[in-house]
Design a protein around this ligand. Structure first.
Ligand SMILES: Cc1ncc(COP(=O)(O)O)c(C=O)c1O
Length: 428
Protein backbone atom coordinates (compact mmCIF):
# COMPACT_ATOMS: atom_id res chain seq x y z
CA UNK A 1 0.00 0.00 0.00
CA UNK A 2 1.04 3.60 -0.53
CA UNK A 3 1.49 5.98 2.39
CA UNK A 4 -1.71 7.89 1.60
CA UNK A 5 -3.66 4.64 1.88
CA UNK A 6 -1.88 3.37 4.99
CA UNK A 7 -2.52 6.71 6.72
CA UNK A 8 -6.26 6.11 6.27
CA UNK A 9 -6.62 2.33 6.60
CA UNK A 10 -3.46 0.99 8.26
CA UNK A 11 -3.94 -1.22 11.29
CA UNK A 12 -7.72 -1.29 11.19
CA UNK A 13 -10.25 -3.34 9.24
CA UNK A 14 -13.25 -2.89 11.51
CA UNK A 15 -14.12 -4.23 14.95
CA UNK A 16 -16.87 -6.69 15.92
CA UNK A 17 -19.52 -3.95 15.35
CA UNK A 18 -18.08 -3.17 11.89
CA UNK A 19 -17.56 0.47 12.94
CA UNK A 20 -15.86 2.29 10.08
CA UNK A 21 -14.27 5.05 12.13
CA UNK A 22 -11.78 3.70 14.65
CA UNK A 23 -13.80 3.63 17.90
CA UNK A 24 -12.59 5.30 21.08
CA UNK A 25 -12.25 2.44 23.53
CA UNK A 26 -12.78 4.56 26.62
CA UNK A 27 -12.14 1.87 29.17
CA UNK A 28 -9.47 1.20 31.74
CA UNK A 29 -9.64 -2.58 31.78
CA UNK A 30 -10.61 -5.63 29.75
CA UNK A 31 -11.82 -8.70 31.58
CA UNK A 32 -10.23 -12.12 31.30
CA UNK A 33 -11.99 -15.26 30.17
CA UNK A 34 -10.26 -17.24 32.93
CA UNK A 35 -6.95 -17.56 34.75
CA UNK A 36 -5.10 -19.21 31.89
CA UNK A 37 -6.24 -16.44 29.50
CA UNK A 38 -5.03 -13.86 32.05
CA UNK A 39 -1.67 -15.61 32.35
CA UNK A 40 -1.19 -15.83 28.59
CA UNK A 41 -1.94 -12.13 28.17
CA UNK A 42 0.41 -11.18 31.00
CA UNK A 43 3.16 -13.30 29.43
CA UNK A 44 2.50 -11.67 26.01
CA UNK A 45 1.96 -15.18 24.65
CA UNK A 46 -1.26 -14.13 22.91
CA UNK A 47 -2.34 -10.70 21.67
CA UNK A 48 -4.88 -8.92 23.83
CA UNK A 49 -5.59 -6.13 26.24
CA UNK A 50 -5.87 -6.10 29.99
CA UNK A 51 -5.15 -2.69 31.53
CA UNK A 52 -4.97 0.53 29.58
CA UNK A 53 -1.81 1.94 31.10
CA UNK A 54 -0.14 -0.76 29.03
CA UNK A 55 -2.26 -0.95 25.89
CA UNK A 56 -5.64 -0.02 24.44
CA UNK A 57 -7.40 -0.98 21.18
CA UNK A 58 -7.68 2.61 19.88
CA UNK A 59 -4.02 3.27 20.64
CA UNK A 60 -3.18 -0.06 19.05
CA UNK A 61 -4.51 1.12 15.68
CA UNK A 62 -2.43 4.30 15.89
CA UNK A 63 0.64 2.22 16.79
CA UNK A 64 0.13 -0.20 13.89
CA UNK A 65 -0.49 2.65 11.45
CA UNK A 66 2.62 4.60 12.48
CA UNK A 67 4.71 1.43 12.49
CA UNK A 68 3.54 0.58 8.98
CA UNK A 69 4.27 4.10 7.73
CA UNK A 70 7.77 4.03 9.20
CA UNK A 71 8.47 0.46 8.05
CA UNK A 72 8.90 -0.85 11.60
CA UNK A 73 7.91 -4.12 13.24
CA UNK A 74 6.07 -2.75 16.28
CA UNK A 75 5.29 0.55 17.99
CA UNK A 76 4.32 2.04 21.30
CA UNK A 77 2.19 5.15 21.67
CA UNK A 78 2.76 7.46 24.63
CA UNK A 79 1.32 10.65 26.08
CA UNK A 80 3.57 13.17 24.31
CA UNK A 81 6.58 13.55 22.08
CA UNK A 82 8.77 14.11 25.14
CA UNK A 83 7.50 10.84 26.61
CA UNK A 84 8.52 9.15 23.34
CA UNK A 85 12.02 10.68 23.45
CA UNK A 86 12.59 9.95 27.13
CA UNK A 87 11.09 6.44 27.06
CA UNK A 88 13.08 5.43 24.00
CA UNK A 89 16.29 6.44 25.76
CA UNK A 90 15.30 4.97 29.14
CA UNK A 91 14.69 1.64 27.43
CA UNK A 92 18.41 1.31 26.57
CA UNK A 93 20.14 3.43 29.24
CA UNK A 94 21.29 2.61 32.76
CA UNK A 95 23.51 4.41 35.24
CA UNK A 96 27.02 4.49 33.83
CA UNK A 97 26.02 4.50 30.18
CA UNK A 98 26.22 7.46 27.85
CA UNK A 99 24.30 8.79 24.88
CA UNK A 100 26.00 10.42 21.91
CA UNK A 101 23.65 13.14 20.68
CA UNK A 102 23.70 15.91 18.14
CA UNK A 103 22.97 19.29 19.71
CA UNK A 104 20.53 20.55 17.05
CA UNK A 105 17.51 19.51 19.08
CA UNK A 106 14.13 20.66 20.30
CA UNK A 107 14.74 22.60 23.56
CA UNK A 108 13.19 20.16 26.05
CA UNK A 109 15.04 17.24 24.46
CA UNK A 110 18.28 19.15 24.79
CA UNK A 111 17.52 19.90 28.43
CA UNK A 112 16.52 16.31 29.16
CA UNK A 113 19.81 15.07 27.75
CA UNK A 114 22.06 17.74 29.20
CA UNK A 115 20.52 18.33 32.64
CA UNK A 116 18.01 15.59 33.56
CA UNK A 117 19.54 12.26 32.51
CA UNK A 118 22.97 13.08 34.03
CA UNK A 119 21.37 13.31 37.48
CA UNK A 120 20.59 9.59 37.10
CA UNK A 121 24.12 8.71 36.02
CA UNK A 122 23.50 8.76 32.26
CA UNK A 123 25.76 11.23 30.49
CA UNK A 124 25.22 12.87 27.15
CA UNK A 125 28.16 13.55 24.87
CA UNK A 126 27.12 16.27 22.47
CA UNK A 127 28.81 16.15 19.10
CA UNK A 128 30.64 19.18 17.73
CA UNK A 129 28.50 19.04 14.58
CA UNK A 130 26.12 16.65 12.83
CA UNK A 131 28.77 14.70 10.91
CA UNK A 132 29.38 10.96 11.18
CA UNK A 133 33.01 11.67 12.09
CA UNK A 134 31.96 13.68 15.16
CA UNK A 135 29.68 10.84 16.24
CA UNK A 136 32.36 8.19 15.73
CA UNK A 137 34.85 10.04 17.91
CA UNK A 138 32.55 10.01 20.94
CA UNK A 139 31.32 6.41 20.99
CA UNK A 140 32.84 4.14 23.63
CA UNK A 141 32.04 0.82 25.30
CA UNK A 142 29.37 2.45 27.45
CA UNK A 143 27.48 4.25 24.70
CA UNK A 144 23.92 2.93 24.64
CA UNK A 145 22.51 5.06 21.79
CA UNK A 146 23.25 7.65 19.16
CA UNK A 147 20.43 10.18 19.12
CA UNK A 148 19.51 12.97 16.72
CA UNK A 149 16.62 14.68 14.97
CA UNK A 150 16.50 13.68 11.30
CA UNK A 151 15.65 17.31 10.54
CA UNK A 152 16.59 19.49 13.49
CA UNK A 153 14.02 21.76 15.12
CA UNK A 154 14.52 24.67 14.62
CA UNK A 155 18.03 24.44 13.11
CA UNK A 156 16.70 22.77 9.94
CA UNK A 157 19.84 20.64 9.53
CA UNK A 158 19.32 17.38 7.65
CA UNK A 159 21.46 14.56 9.00
CA UNK A 160 23.34 12.13 6.77
CA UNK A 161 21.52 9.20 8.37
CA UNK A 162 23.28 6.43 6.42
CA UNK A 163 26.73 7.73 7.32
CA UNK A 164 25.87 8.10 11.00
CA UNK A 165 24.12 4.75 11.34
CA UNK A 166 27.02 2.97 9.72
CA UNK A 167 29.57 4.36 12.22
CA UNK A 168 27.22 3.59 15.13
CA UNK A 169 26.49 0.05 13.95
CA UNK A 170 30.19 -0.63 13.39
CA UNK A 171 30.58 -0.07 17.15
CA UNK A 172 27.48 -2.10 18.08
CA UNK A 173 25.40 0.95 19.04
CA UNK A 174 21.75 1.51 18.04
CA UNK A 175 20.55 4.74 16.45
CA UNK A 176 17.43 6.42 17.81
CA UNK A 177 16.05 9.30 15.75
CA UNK A 178 13.31 11.87 16.21
CA UNK A 179 11.46 12.11 12.88
CA UNK A 180 8.84 14.64 13.98
CA UNK A 181 9.61 17.43 11.53
CA UNK A 182 9.58 15.52 8.21
CA UNK A 183 7.03 12.83 9.25
CA UNK A 184 7.29 9.39 7.60
CA UNK A 185 5.61 10.81 4.53
CA UNK A 186 8.72 12.83 3.69
CA UNK A 187 11.45 10.70 5.25
CA UNK A 188 11.66 7.08 6.41
CA UNK A 189 14.77 6.79 8.61
CA UNK A 190 14.52 3.00 8.97
CA UNK A 191 15.31 2.67 5.27
CA UNK A 192 18.59 4.43 5.98
CA UNK A 193 19.54 2.31 8.97
CA UNK A 194 17.80 3.87 12.01
CA UNK A 195 16.88 1.32 14.68
CA UNK A 196 14.22 3.25 16.57
CA UNK A 197 12.13 6.20 15.38
CA UNK A 198 10.29 8.53 17.74
CA UNK A 199 7.72 11.21 16.98
CA UNK A 200 5.84 13.98 18.59
CA UNK A 201 2.42 13.24 17.06
CA UNK A 202 1.32 16.58 18.49
CA UNK A 203 2.74 18.29 15.39
CA UNK A 204 2.03 17.49 11.73
CA UNK A 205 0.49 14.06 12.36
CA UNK A 206 -2.28 15.44 14.58
CA UNK A 207 -2.15 18.65 12.58
CA UNK A 208 -4.84 20.61 14.41
CA UNK A 209 -3.20 21.48 17.71
CA UNK A 210 -5.81 19.61 19.75
CA UNK A 211 -4.02 16.56 21.18
CA UNK A 212 -0.60 15.72 22.58
CA UNK A 213 0.89 12.35 21.72
CA UNK A 214 4.04 10.49 20.86
CA UNK A 215 5.10 7.20 19.35
CA UNK A 216 8.16 4.96 19.42
CA UNK A 217 8.65 2.69 16.40
CA UNK A 218 10.96 -0.32 16.56
CA UNK A 219 12.72 -1.16 13.27
CA UNK A 220 13.25 -4.67 14.63
CA UNK A 221 16.69 -4.76 13.06
CA UNK A 222 19.12 -4.15 15.90
CA UNK A 223 20.96 -7.28 17.08
CA UNK A 224 20.79 -6.75 20.85
CA UNK A 225 22.10 -10.26 21.46
CA UNK A 226 25.43 -9.33 19.87
CA UNK A 227 26.20 -6.83 22.64
CA UNK A 228 25.36 -8.62 25.90
CA UNK A 229 27.66 -6.45 28.01
CA UNK A 230 26.40 -3.16 26.61
CA UNK A 231 22.76 -4.26 26.79
CA UNK A 232 22.18 -6.57 29.76
CA UNK A 233 18.57 -5.36 29.84
CA UNK A 234 17.94 -7.21 26.58
CA UNK A 235 20.09 -10.25 27.27
CA UNK A 236 19.64 -11.14 30.92
CA UNK A 237 16.47 -12.23 32.74
CA UNK A 238 14.43 -9.07 33.38
CA UNK A 239 13.51 -8.79 37.06
CA UNK A 240 10.98 -6.05 36.25
CA UNK A 241 9.05 -8.40 33.95
CA UNK A 242 9.08 -11.94 35.33
CA UNK A 243 12.54 -12.81 34.04
CA UNK A 244 11.92 -12.72 30.31
CA UNK A 245 15.01 -12.25 28.17
CA UNK A 246 13.79 -9.69 25.65
CA UNK A 247 16.27 -10.33 22.82
CA UNK A 248 15.68 -14.07 23.03
CA UNK A 249 11.94 -14.10 23.71
CA UNK A 250 10.83 -11.28 21.40
CA UNK A 251 13.10 -11.35 18.36
CA UNK A 252 12.42 -8.55 15.90
CA UNK A 253 10.45 -6.46 18.39
CA UNK A 254 12.50 -6.67 21.58
CA UNK A 255 12.83 -2.90 21.89
CA UNK A 256 9.11 -2.16 21.52
CA UNK A 257 8.16 -4.93 23.94
CA UNK A 258 10.65 -3.77 26.59
CA UNK A 259 9.59 -0.13 26.13
CA UNK A 260 5.99 -1.16 26.81
CA UNK A 261 6.40 -3.79 29.50
CA UNK A 262 9.18 -2.20 31.53
CA UNK A 263 9.41 1.52 30.72
CA UNK A 264 5.76 2.46 30.11
CA UNK A 265 4.22 -0.11 32.43
CA UNK A 266 6.22 1.11 35.41
CA UNK A 267 6.15 4.86 34.77
CA UNK A 268 2.80 5.34 33.04
CA UNK A 269 2.90 8.22 30.51
CA UNK A 270 0.12 6.48 28.59
CA UNK A 271 -1.66 8.08 25.64
CA UNK A 272 -5.36 8.65 26.25
CA UNK A 273 -7.55 6.77 23.74
CA UNK A 274 -9.46 9.99 23.01
CA UNK A 275 -6.17 11.65 22.05
CA UNK A 276 -5.27 8.61 19.94
CA UNK A 277 -8.61 9.05 18.15
CA UNK A 278 -7.88 12.75 17.47
CA UNK A 279 -4.40 11.90 16.21
CA UNK A 280 -5.84 9.24 13.90
CA UNK A 281 -8.21 11.84 12.38
CA UNK A 282 -5.19 14.02 11.68
CA UNK A 283 -3.16 11.18 10.23
CA UNK A 284 -5.90 10.42 7.68
CA UNK A 285 -5.39 13.80 5.98
CA UNK A 286 -1.65 14.19 6.56
CA UNK A 287 -0.67 13.55 2.94
CA UNK A 288 -2.89 16.25 1.46
CA UNK A 289 -2.14 18.71 4.24
CA UNK A 290 1.61 18.32 3.73
CA UNK A 291 1.27 19.27 0.07
CA UNK A 292 -0.41 22.55 0.98
CA UNK A 293 2.01 23.14 3.88
CA UNK A 294 4.92 22.70 1.49
CA UNK A 295 3.52 24.95 -1.24
CA UNK A 296 2.74 27.74 1.23
CA UNK A 297 6.13 27.46 2.92
CA UNK A 298 7.97 27.76 -0.37
CA UNK A 299 6.05 30.93 -1.23
CA UNK A 300 6.78 32.34 2.24
CA UNK A 301 10.50 31.50 1.94
CA UNK A 302 10.65 33.13 -1.50
CA UNK A 303 8.86 36.22 -0.25
CA UNK A 304 11.19 36.60 2.74
CA UNK A 305 14.38 36.02 0.79
CA UNK A 306 13.43 38.74 -1.71
CA UNK A 307 12.71 41.25 1.05
CA UNK A 308 15.24 43.92 2.04
CA UNK A 309 13.89 43.85 5.63
CA UNK A 310 15.12 40.28 6.02
CA UNK A 311 18.82 39.47 6.59
CA UNK A 312 18.72 35.72 6.07
CA UNK A 313 16.29 32.86 5.45
CA UNK A 314 16.74 29.23 6.47
CA UNK A 315 14.86 27.02 4.01
CA UNK A 316 16.35 23.76 2.72
CA UNK A 317 14.47 24.05 -0.57
CA UNK A 318 16.89 26.76 -1.78
CA UNK A 319 19.88 25.45 -3.73
CA UNK A 320 22.30 27.60 -1.70
CA UNK A 321 21.10 26.20 1.65
CA UNK A 322 23.91 24.22 3.33
CA UNK A 323 21.63 21.20 3.67
CA UNK A 324 20.09 21.36 0.21
CA UNK A 325 21.91 18.25 -1.07
CA UNK A 326 21.10 16.16 2.00
CA UNK A 327 17.50 17.34 1.82
CA UNK A 328 17.31 16.24 -1.81
CA UNK A 329 18.72 12.86 -0.89
CA UNK A 330 16.80 12.02 2.26
CA UNK A 331 13.53 13.87 1.73
CA UNK A 332 13.46 13.42 -2.06
CA UNK A 333 13.43 17.18 -2.43
CA UNK A 334 10.38 17.70 -0.23
CA UNK A 335 10.78 20.43 2.36
CA UNK A 336 9.00 20.60 5.73
CA UNK A 337 7.04 23.83 6.22
CA UNK A 338 9.33 25.27 8.88
CA UNK A 339 10.97 28.48 7.71
CA UNK A 340 13.40 30.40 9.89
CA UNK A 341 14.60 33.89 9.20
CA UNK A 342 16.39 36.84 10.79
CA UNK A 343 15.08 40.35 10.31
CA UNK A 344 17.72 42.93 9.35
CA UNK A 345 17.25 44.73 12.67
CA UNK A 346 18.47 41.73 14.68
CA UNK A 347 17.07 40.63 18.05
CA UNK A 348 14.98 43.79 18.67
CA UNK A 349 13.40 43.55 15.25
CA UNK A 350 12.64 39.85 15.80
CA UNK A 351 10.77 40.70 18.99
CA UNK A 352 8.95 43.54 17.27
CA UNK A 353 7.99 41.23 14.36
CA UNK A 354 6.78 38.60 16.81
CA UNK A 355 4.64 41.17 18.64
CA UNK A 356 3.18 42.53 15.41
CA UNK A 357 1.81 39.51 13.55
CA UNK A 358 -1.98 39.42 13.36
CA UNK A 359 -2.79 36.17 11.55
CA UNK A 360 0.18 34.01 12.55
CA UNK A 361 -0.36 32.70 16.08
CA UNK A 362 2.34 33.46 18.64
CA UNK A 363 2.90 30.08 20.25
CA UNK A 364 5.29 27.19 20.69
CA UNK A 365 4.03 24.40 18.51
CA UNK A 366 4.54 23.43 14.90
CA UNK A 367 2.78 21.50 12.18
CA UNK A 368 -0.66 22.98 12.88
CA UNK A 369 -3.21 23.86 10.19
CA UNK A 370 -2.82 27.39 11.54
CA UNK A 371 0.33 29.36 10.77
CA UNK A 372 2.47 29.82 13.85
CA UNK A 373 5.38 31.99 14.84
CA UNK A 374 7.88 31.43 17.60
CA UNK A 375 11.08 33.04 18.77
CA UNK A 376 13.13 30.05 19.97
CA UNK A 377 15.78 32.04 21.89
CA UNK A 378 13.13 33.49 24.22
CA UNK A 379 10.77 30.48 24.43
CA UNK A 380 11.47 26.82 23.56
CA UNK A 381 15.24 27.25 23.92
CA UNK A 382 15.19 29.99 26.57
CA UNK A 383 16.81 27.74 29.17
CA UNK A 384 19.87 27.17 26.95
CA UNK A 385 23.02 29.13 27.73
CA UNK A 386 24.56 31.21 24.91
CA UNK A 387 27.06 28.50 23.90
CA UNK A 388 24.28 25.88 23.97
CA UNK A 389 22.10 28.07 21.77
CA UNK A 390 24.94 28.40 19.29
CA UNK A 391 25.48 24.62 19.31
CA UNK A 392 21.77 24.06 18.78
CA UNK A 393 22.04 26.28 15.69
CA UNK A 394 19.88 29.09 17.04
CA UNK A 395 20.76 32.73 16.46
CA UNK A 396 19.27 35.22 18.94
CA UNK A 397 17.30 36.95 16.18
CA UNK A 398 15.99 33.74 14.59
CA UNK A 399 12.25 33.70 14.05
CA UNK A 400 10.67 30.31 13.33
CA UNK A 401 7.56 30.11 11.19
CA UNK A 402 5.46 26.99 10.94
CA UNK A 403 3.58 27.75 7.76
CA UNK A 404 -0.01 26.54 7.86
CA UNK A 405 -2.81 25.97 5.42
CA UNK A 406 -4.39 29.43 5.10
CA UNK A 407 -4.58 31.29 1.78
CA UNK A 408 -1.05 32.32 0.83
CA UNK A 409 -2.03 35.94 0.09
CA UNK A 410 -3.31 36.40 3.63
CA UNK A 411 -0.11 34.94 5.06
CA UNK A 412 2.14 37.14 2.94
CA UNK A 413 0.09 40.22 3.85
CA UNK A 414 0.53 39.48 7.53
CA UNK A 415 4.28 38.93 7.17
CA UNK A 416 4.55 42.15 5.19
CA UNK A 417 2.80 44.30 7.76
CA UNK A 418 4.73 42.75 10.69
CA UNK A 419 8.06 43.26 8.88
CA UNK A 420 7.09 46.87 8.25
CA UNK A 421 6.57 47.45 11.97
CA UNK A 422 9.79 45.56 12.80
CA UNK A 423 11.84 47.65 10.39
CA UNK A 424 10.79 51.00 11.83
CA UNK A 425 13.60 52.74 13.68
CA UNK A 426 13.48 52.12 17.41
CA UNK A 427 12.30 55.41 18.99
CA UNK A 428 14.65 54.80 21.94
C1 LIG B 1 11.32 17.64 17.22
C2 LIG B 1 10.48 17.55 18.46
N1 LIG B 1 10.54 16.44 19.22
C3 LIG B 1 9.81 16.31 20.34
C4 LIG B 1 8.99 17.33 20.77
C5 LIG B 1 8.18 17.14 22.03
O1 LIG B 1 6.86 16.87 21.68
P1 LIG B 1 5.62 17.07 22.69
O2 LIG B 1 5.39 18.54 22.79
O3 LIG B 1 4.52 16.32 22.02
O4 LIG B 1 6.02 16.48 24.00
C6 LIG B 1 8.88 18.49 20.01
C7 LIG B 1 8.00 19.59 20.47
O5 LIG B 1 8.03 20.69 19.95
C8 LIG B 1 9.66 18.61 18.83
O6 LIG B 1 9.60 19.70 18.07
Amino acid sequence: MHDETIAIHGGYSGDSTRAVAVPIYQTVSHDFVDASHAGAIFDIEIPGFHYNRINNPTNDVLERRMSELEGGTAALSVASGMAAVSYALLTVARAGSNIVAMPQLYGATYTYLSHVLPTFGVDTRFTADDSAASVAGLIDDYTCAVFFETVGNPAGNVVDIEAVTSVAHARGVPVIVDNTVPTPLMLKPIRFGADVVVHSLTKFVGGHGIALGGVIVDAGSFAWERSPRRFPMFNEPEPAFHDVVFARDFPGRAFAVRARSVTLRNTGATLSPTSAFHLLQGLETLAVRLERHEANARRVAEFLSADRRVAWVGYAGFADHPYYELNQRYLAGRVPSIVTFGPTGGYEAAISFFDSVKLFKRLVNLGDAKSLVSHPASTTHRQLRPHELAAAGILPEAVRLSVGLEHIDDLLADLDQALEVASRPNPA
